[in-house]
Design a binder for this molecule. Structure first.
Ligand code: GDP
Length: 193
C-alpha cells in the first residue's frame, strides 16, 4: 500500500460520531503497551500520528484516521491496564460491544498480541468477542525482534492455539524496530478495503 495521506479525523465517543460515508473501517485493538501506536505510525510512515500520551484506560474513545481519503483506521482504546476501575472497564466493554455489533463500515479487526508472551485472558476474550460478532480478524504479534528467530515458529503455534484460531487464519509477526511485517500486514488489510 502506498500511503499518500493519513489524517486524524475524530475521537468518537458514540455512534452519532461514527462516519457514515460508506468507507471501510479497519479497527486495531490490543492491550495497553502492546505496541499499537508504534504499529499504526509504522504502517502509515508517520512519527506521531497515533499517540500514547493519554493515560491508559482513560481514553474511552475510538480514534479515527483517514488513509488516502479512501478508508479508515480506527484506533481502539487499549485494554488490560491494571489501574483501571471496574466502572471504566464496563464503559469500555459497552462501547466496544456497540461498535462491534452496530457499526456497518467495520470490515476487519487487526488484533495485536505481544509475541514474547502467551496471550492474556483479555486477548483471548477479545478474539472470542470478535468471533461471536462474526468479524474477520487479522492477528498481529508485535515486538518480534525480542524473540530469537529459531523460537518464532513454536511461539506462533502456541499463540494460535491459545487464541483458538485456525492455523490458516491471517497471522503476521511484526517489528517496528526491525521493520518486519509491514508488507505482509498491508496485503492482509487490503483484502478488506
Ligand atoms: P501502545 O500502548 O499499544 O500504543 O504501545 P506503544 O506503541 O506506545 O509501545 C509500547 C512500548 O513498546 C514502547 O516502549 C515502544 O517503544 C515498544 N515497542 C513498540 N513496538 C516495538 C517493537 O516492534 N519492538 C520492540 N522491541 N519494542 C516495541
Amino acid at each position: 500500500m502506498k500511503v499518500k495521506s493519513a489524517d486524524y479525523v475524530i475521537s468518537a465517543v458514540g455512534p452519532e460520531q461514527w462516519p457514515t460515508d460508506g468507507k471501510s473501517e479497519i479497527a486495531l485493538s490490543g492491550r495497553s503497551n502492546v505496541g499499537k501506536s508504534s504499529l499504526i505510525n509504522h504502517l502509515l510512515n508517520r512519527k506521531n500520528l497515533a499517540r500514547t500520551s493519554q493515560k491508559p484506560g482513560k481514553t474511552q474513545k475510538l480514534n479515527y484516521f483517514i488513509i488516502n481519503e479512501a478508508f479508515y483506521f480506527v484506533d481502539v482504546p487499549g485494554y488490560g491496564y491494571a489501574q483501571v476501575s471496574q466502572k471504566e472497564r464496563q464503559a469500555w466493554g459497552r462501547m466496544m460491544e456497540q461498535y462491534f455489533s452496530e457499526n456497518e463500515q467495520l470490515r476487519v479487526v487487526v488484533a495485536l498480541v505481544d509475541f514474547r508472551h502467551p496471550p492474556t485472558k483479555e486477548d483471548i476474550q477479545m478474539v472470542e468477542f470478535l468471533k461471536y460478532h462474526e468479524i474477520p480478524i487479522i492477528i498481529v504479534a508485535t515486538k518480534c525482534d525480542k524473540v530469537p528467530k529459531t523460537k518464532r515458529p513454536r511461539q506462533v503455534k502456541l499463540i494460535k492455539e491459545k487464541l483458538g484460531i485456525a492455523p490458516t487464519d491471517p497471522f503476521v509477526i511484526y517489528s517496528t524496530q526491525e521493520h518486519i511485517g509491514k508488507d505482509a500486514l498491508w496485503s492482509e488489510i487490503e483484502k478488506f478495503i
